[in-house]
Write a protein that binds this ligand. Structure first.
Ligand SMILES: [Fe+2]
Length: 201
């Protein structure tokens, strides 16, 4: 059985792939290639549902409170930093959503917010992987970790249920097929400029 730490680490890998795709969309928009409204909307939907509600929801609902009980500081400590970064991330998502209002893309706003979001999330993931997640094993008993993993599974079932399929297809050449099935498997296939790479299964 997966551990709570492995579950969160795996989700980080998935989120990092979505960040790479968002970065590509930003780069293409910068080069004046037309950004596809639907692709951006779908990707933002994925970041909201999976990265924020599902993944950050597990951290805020179960991981942080359990670590806090085990003596890890919230205010002025690592948990407080992580929470404030989640809030900043939500603001950047909101800005990106605003940039595609009325089915038109405000490229400057989109690019600015996406650069900030990508930078924030990459560093945030690095900090959690290296500082916070090792505390799960160091500070929590086997039964606390097992209970946390069960809570994660229930939460994920509630938030994304059987999973969803996201298909991003930009005319210019970004094709992303993202398949999140239940709590067990995530498949990505990304094609950039006709080069296909199976990034994660
Ligand atoms: Fe995280």
């Amino acid at each position: 059985m997966k551990t709570a730490e492995e579950d969160l680490m795996h989700e980080h890998q998935v989120i990092q792939i979505a960040l790479n795709i968002l970065e590509k969309i930003g780069e293409r928009s910068q080069k004046d290639e037309i950004a596809n409204y639907r692709d951006i909307k779908d990707l933002l939907g994925f970041l909201t549902e999976f990265a924020d509600k599902c993944h950050h929801g597990k951290e805020e609902g179960f991981l942080f409170p359990t670590l806090e009980k085990a003596g890890i500081r919230n205010e002025g400590g690592p948990i407080g930093v992580m929470l404030s970064e989640h809030t900043h991330g939500r603001n950047f998502i909101k800005q990106m959503q605003n940039s595609i209002e009325d089915e038109k893309v405000d490229k400057n706003q989109l690019i600015g917010a996406s650069i900030n979001y990508i930078r924030l999330l990459r560093l945030h993931i690095q900090k959690e992987n290296s500082v916070l997640f090792p505390l799960i094993d160091n500070r929590l008993s086997a039964s606390e970790q097992k209970e946390m993993y069960e809570n994660f599974e229930n939460h994920e079932e509630k938030v994304i249920g059987e999973g969803f399929l996201l298909f991003v297809n930009s005319d210019s050449s970004i094709i992303m097929s993202l398949n999140v099935i239940g709590v067990k498997s995530v498949k990505f296939m990304v094609l950039f400029s006709s080069r296909s790479r199976l990034l994660n299964t």
